[in-house]
Design a protein around this ligand. Structure first.
Ligand SMILES: [Zn+2]
Length: 300
């Protein structure tokens, strides 16, 4: 039995291929174009198919189950209804395309935030977990009683109605994602520093103790702290896990959110513990692999 997990992101796609015997194999590639309206689904799909063919080479056994983590919203048939990161994908039948790419394999897909939350809940050994992934967007998921609360949209929690400088890609002002996503923070950093700032620049600035780096990140940490605190009031999770490629890649990111959450706690009530994602930026990928395993085990 060979399971394949695929994490489809806004800028790149990651794979993890695991059989009965280790070692598992990991791979990733970047989409041929940046996120945005020019991102063509046919060029994206050709790149994906090419990478899958490359993965299969040298792996003797057939792939029997595939789990896919998607940031896009899909209908029951697997057709993309919205994906603000790559809007050209709207209308694309990802379900049919995936089945075409993996004939004979069981194929399932789910929201990347939901899958990441499941993977992190497993790592934390806890049935009640809130997960927030900070990357190209802000996604997340909730696991309660060991089960995924499907359809949660943590990135679109409104955390600051006065934040009018950045509009969320859903069109609204004040969403967590509009304040705390990686690109939103990098744009803030560029304004503060007076020049383009890459992720590596921001990381370097943060490590060097540069004021502009901390100032660019502060609104993101505040917004994430507000979101975790509000979710805590509603759901009382054992732990809030902060991950995503951007969040997991910056030193002290989750600790800074934890500081906010401790500060915002209601007097007399314990703050929700906040931890860095154990799987780092790979939570969705491991969740996708879990989904493939569920399909194989017949729990689908
Ligand atoms: Zn929004």
């Amino acid at each position: 039995m060979t399971r394949l997990g695929i994490d489809v992101g806004g800028t790149k796609v990651a794979f993890r291929l695991a059989g009965e015997e280790p070692p598992a194999r990991e791979d990733a590639f970047h989409w041929p174009s940046s996120p945005g309206p020019d991102a063509g689904p046919e060029a994206d799909w050709a790149a994906l198919a090419e990478e899958v063919a490359r993965l299969r080479t040298g792996w003797a056994r057939p792939i029997t189950a595939v789990g896919v983590a998607l940031p896009a919203t899909t209908d029951a048939a697997g057709r993309v209804t919205t994906w603000p990161g790559r809007p050209g994908w709207a209308g694309l039948n990802v379900g049919a395309r995936l089945r075409g790419l993996f004939p004979g394999a069981a194929v399932r897909w789910a929201d990347d935030g939901d899958l990441a939350a499941l993977a992190e809940a497993g790592r934390a050994g806890s049935p009640d977990v809130v997960y927030i992934g900070v990357g190209t967007g802000v996604g997340g998921g909730v696991v309660l009683g060991g089960r995924s609360l499907a359809g949660s949209e943590i990135g679109h929690l409104i955390v600051d109605r006065s934040a009018l400088d950045e509009r969320c890609d859903c069109g609204r002002h004040g969403c967590l994602q509009a304040v705390a996503s990686g690109p939103a923070t990098l744009r803030r950093a560029a304004r503060l520093r007076g020049g383009a700032v890459s992720f590596a620049d921001l990381r370097g600035g943060l490590l060097a103790g540069a004021g502009w780096a901390a100032d660019a990140l502060a609104p993101a940490w505040d917004a994430l702290g507000a979101a975790v605190t509000s979710l805590g009031e509603l759901l009382h999770p054992d732990v809030a896990v902060i991950g995503g490629g951007f969040g997991a890649g910056l030193p002290g990111f989750a600790d800074a959110v934890a500081e906010r959450v401790a500060k915002y706690a209601r007097p007399g009530f314990a703050a929700v513990p906040v931890r860095r994602a154990e799987l780092g930026g790979l939570s969705s990928l491991y969740g996708a692999l879990l989904l493939a395993g569920q399909e194989e085990d017949g729990h689908g």
